[in-house]
Design a protein around this ligand. Structure first.
Ligand code: ADP
Ligand code: MG
Length: 595
């Protein structure tokens, strides 16, 4: 076949192959156009999942009659005009190919009216033929209608799924877009029924309402607010504290300069930040906005613009990681507290009811790392106790000087520590808390100078399976790195000669078999670091106080003080919470006091 130039109609249909995959992608392009046109309200109407009709109506700037035909021609855009513009795109669209592509695979009607025009004009496209504009009825703004998507491309039509599925995709898309444009009202109708109606969200309350509507009340009840800046980068939005997590990565919304994207660099930074505060295999939830100069971003790398390329990937990765990591680390004892210099702060302006539901109420920041203040307070407490018994009177004036987690009152069923702090009652799961403390220490120790270990006076003999004994021999070097020295004592027994100092009281049999299982599972493809962390996490679990161990009041207080000094203390290594606060208000409510 000789080479020939393709017809415009065919060129548009080829372009449509990339841009228009299904009704949801049409919705995306049309709503992006509405947002670019400065719309304050956008209505999306679908029939039969969008296969029969997609209509998007906005109250944006509109187009003059002379522009209508232009808007439908290929490579015609009002958004960029030079290569320079392309290198710093501030709008969602820029290629000028969405409308002509869509018009080539559906029956399109375009109605538009700039605010100052007397009436609207409309243009109809049938089989690639653009008719002349004619006067029409219509409010200021633009209405784009697509009927019978892929009516002329049967091969593509076959790929469309059921109405329900297609509608679901469009709805999901609109939800994402609505999270990225709080100031804009959205309405979604399916087969004539209003399915979603979102008023504009400007105040904090309104925004929270939209978040609750789109991400669920549960998400909102657990969010930490993020607002951090470094150089030209700003990260703001909401992340759920780790105890709210998902089996799927379906509550992750990330916007760069208002454009929703999926990005490997971002995903990696977030995963790293949440490492070891989440249950294994669970996914964090967030709605985050990254603002940066458009010139730091290449938006022209994906047909549907779902991806971008950061010019300085490293800087973006590190900024995201460190903001989230620090925020999560600090969201320990003072979780929810407003903290200067911290990237995360509690959602401002929420209702008292919601505050009460939140697991942590704001408490003071622990007095510095290692806290001299805390030591003093503990000493004062000790004097009090020795002077006159166990009851600690907390006078209102005094209460501010008490440490965040207060002082231990008792141990409940060998599992929980009850403590009194300035706000009321604190309940601590002592195993979970100790596990996190041990884990963070092991990690810190490993970072500094490897794990400190200690030779056992009397080597402990441990019974294992033959396979485990083999593994121990095989991984002897790695075990030594972890501070564990074992010798084979027989076909099914090992002799433990040296253990990490932190774990000298641990249950050796359990510890060893876990360690070996972890090492065996580490097939070498995983990076050493996370492998170590996982092993350490297992060690911490077995090395931590078990339920049903009686602690003295002094031991309990020591644990509370350790907790205050420990990063990421709010969750144990497995993502379980370690402590909760029941403040006086919550207790009063329980007993209907003051009602
Ligand atoms: P792009 O968005 O990449 O510019 P499109 O094909 O989506 O390309 O749109 C072409 C042009 O039509 C836009 O640049 C804009 O000027 C105009 N346009 C499209 N939709 C609207 C709208 N809803 N309101 C006002 N102008 C619009
Ligand atoms: Mg566009």
């Amino acid at each position: 076949m000789p080479i020939r130039v393709l017809s415009d109609a065919l060129i548009n249909q080829i372009a449509a192959g990339e841009v228009v995959e299904r009704p949801a992608s049409v919705v995306k392009e049309l709503v992006e156009n509405s947002l670019d046109a400065g719309a304050r309200a956008v209505r999306v109407e679908l029939e039969q999942g969008g296969k029969r009709l997609i209509r998007v109506t906005d109250d944006g700037s509109g187009m003059a009659p002379g522009e209508l035909a232009l808007a439908l021609s290929r490579h015609a855009t009002s958004k960029i005009s030079s290569l320079e513009d392309l290198e710093s795109v501030g709008t969602l669209g820029f290629r000028g190919e969405a409308l002509p592509s869509m018009a080539s695979v559906a029956r399109m009607t375009l109605v538009s009216r700039p605010a100052e025009a007397e009436h609207a004009w409309q243009v109809v496209v049938r089989d690639g033929q653009v008719a002349d504009p004619e006067p029409a009825a219509g409010d200021a703004g633009t209405r784009v209608e697509l009927r019978d998507l892929f009516y002329n491309v049967p091969a593509r039509r076959k790929f469309l799924r059921t109405d329900r599925t297609e509608f679901g995709h469009a709805d999901e898309l609109l939800r994402r877009m609505a999270l990225g444009a709080f100031g804009v009202a959205f309405e979604l109708r399916h087969n004539g029924r209003v399915v979603r109606a979102l008023p504009p969200a400007v105040t904090v309350e309104e925004r929270q309402k939209r978040i609750a509507a789109l991400c669920g009340e549960e998400f909102l009840a657990h969010v930490l607010r993020v607002d951090a800046e470094a150089g030209h980068l700003r990260l703001h939005g909401w992340v759920a504290e780790p105890r709210y997590n998902r089996a799927q990565a379906d509550r992750q919304f990330f916007f760069v300069n208002r454009r929703m994207i999926r990005d490997r660099v971002v995903a990696h930074a977030v995963r790293q930040a949440f490492r070891d505060v989440l249950y294994h295999g669970r996914h964090p939830a967030f709605v985050l906005f990254l603002d940066m100069p458009p010139s730091g971003l290449d938006v022209n790398v994906h047909p549907q613009k779902h991806e971008v390329r950061f010019r300085d990937q490293r800087a973006v990765h590190d900024f995201l990681y460190s903001t989230l990591h620090r925020g999560l680390a600090e969201s320990g004892v003072g979780a929810g507290a407003l903290r200067p210099g911290s990237g995360l702060e509690q959602n401002a302006g929420q209702s008292p009811e919601r505050m009460a539901q939140q697991p942590y109420i704001p408490v003071g920041r622990p007095a510095g790392a290692g806290g001299a203040g805390i030591a003093e307070q503990a000493a004062a407490y000790a004097r009090l106790v020795t002077a006159g018994g166990n009851v600690v009177p907390i006078a209102a004036a005094e209460s501010e000087t008490f440490p965040p987690l207060g002082f231990a009152l008792a141990q409940l069923h060998g599992v929980y520590i009850l403590a009194q702090n300035a706000h009321g009652l604190v309940l601590v799961d002592m195993h979970a808390a100790h596990e996190r403390i041990t884990y963070e220490r092991l990690k810190a120790g490993l970072e500094q100078d490897g794990i400190k270990s200690q030779a056992l006076l009397v080597p402990v003999s441990v019974h294992v399976s033959g396979r485990e004994a083999d593994l121990a021999e095989q991984h002897a070097a790695r075990l030594a790195e972890l501070g564990v020295e074992v010798d084979r004592a027989g076909p099914e027994s090992l002799l433990v000669r040296r253990v990490p100092t932190l774990l000298q009281d641990a249950d050796m049999t359990a510890l060893l078999s876990d360690l070996l299982a972890d090492l065996a599972a580490g097939d070498g493809s995983r990076r050493l670091e996370s492998e170590m962390d996982e092993v350490l996490s297992g060690m911490a679990c077995h090395g931590s106080v078990r339920a049903n161990r009686q602690l003295t009041v002094a031991e309990m207080n020591a644990l509370l003080r350790d907790m205050e000094r420990t990063e990421r203390i709010a969750q144990c290594n497995h993502g379980r919470p370690t402590w909760v606060q029941l403040d006086m208000q919550a207790l009063d409510r329980l007993f209907l006091r003051g009602r």
